[in-house]
Design a protein around this ligand. Structure first.
Ligand code: G3P
Ligand code: MG
Length: 238
């Protein structure tokens, strides 16, 4: 079975990384979700993609310069920026199988783990990031938590996968879905290393053939903006 994870929640249809988008993903039958975590000036863990607030909130400022209390004036299409605690509190009530937290910042590994433990979500959570130092720190703090290395086309990242896995025991590699790093050969190599393979898409509603190809190549999951539509497509024998 290929797990379909909703990228930033059901972000194709609802404001990304909000409780609404996560709830809609669960209601749509997504097998899991992926969302991004950053920190405010007063070190609160919040679910948000960019450090710059302009693009999503249409207002000037940097998330890392704002205290959490100031964020009430910043919304994404009318939806508030949620705390990681609020998100896990909600996700705990769903039957989704895999909760992929993508760490966008370094230096808050202990707090992140504490929230996961607080809600008893260790078994379902996969923490991924492009930053291998964050993964090394997390592994030093928790020998069991599932860790995923997110990779794009940067050759240094791709080359690091095997070495990093040997050093800290990864659970998954989360490669960009394209034909540069999500080829049949790469996917076979990742799987031979014992890694779960979860390619991610971004604003790629039209890539239906790609969903089908990756499924045939044996990926374990896919992170997509339109989980309901992709599930429906794959269910129909594609
Ligand atoms: O976790 C995979 C994917 O979400 C990485 O890219 O920019 O959408 O967070 P981005
Ligand atoms: Mg992400």
């Amino acid at each position: 079975m290929v797990l379909i994870l909703a990228h930033r929640g059901y972000s194709g249809k609802y404001p990304e990384n909000t409780l609404l988008a996560l709830k809609k993903a669960a209601e749509a039958g997504a097998d899991g979700v992926e969302f991004d975590v950053r920190t405010t000036k007063d070190s609160k863990l919040v679910v948000f993609h960019d450090n710059d607030l302009k693009h999503l909130c249409k207002k000037k400022g940097k998330l890392s310069d704002k205290r959490y209390s100031e964020l009430k004036d910043y919304t994404v299409d009318g939806q508030k920026i949620p705390l990681l605690t609020e998100v896990l509190e909600y996700l705990k009530t769903t039957d989704m199988k895999l909760i992929n937290i993508e760490a966008k910042v370094q230096g808050h590994e202990e707090e992140m783990l504490e929230v996961i433990y607080k809600y008893g979500m260790e078994d379902k959570v996969l923490i991924s990031t492009f930053n291998y130092k964050v993964l090394e720190k997390l592994r030093s703090l928790d020998p069991e938590i599932k860790l995923g290395y997110a990779v794009d086309n940067r050759p240094d990242r791709v080359r690091r996968i095997g070495k990093l896995h040997k050093k800290i025991k990864l659970y998954s590699v989360n490669p960009f879905h394209n034909r540069t790093i999500s080829t049949g050969r790469f996917i076979r190599d990742y799987k031979k290393m014992g890694l779960v393979v979860i390619p991610w898409f971004r604003r790629d509603f039209s890539k239906f053939q790609r969903f089908s190809q990756l499924k045939k190549m044996g990926v374990d999951g896919m992170i997509v903006d339109y989980p309901a539509e992709v599930k429906e497509f794959l269910k129909n024998g594609n």
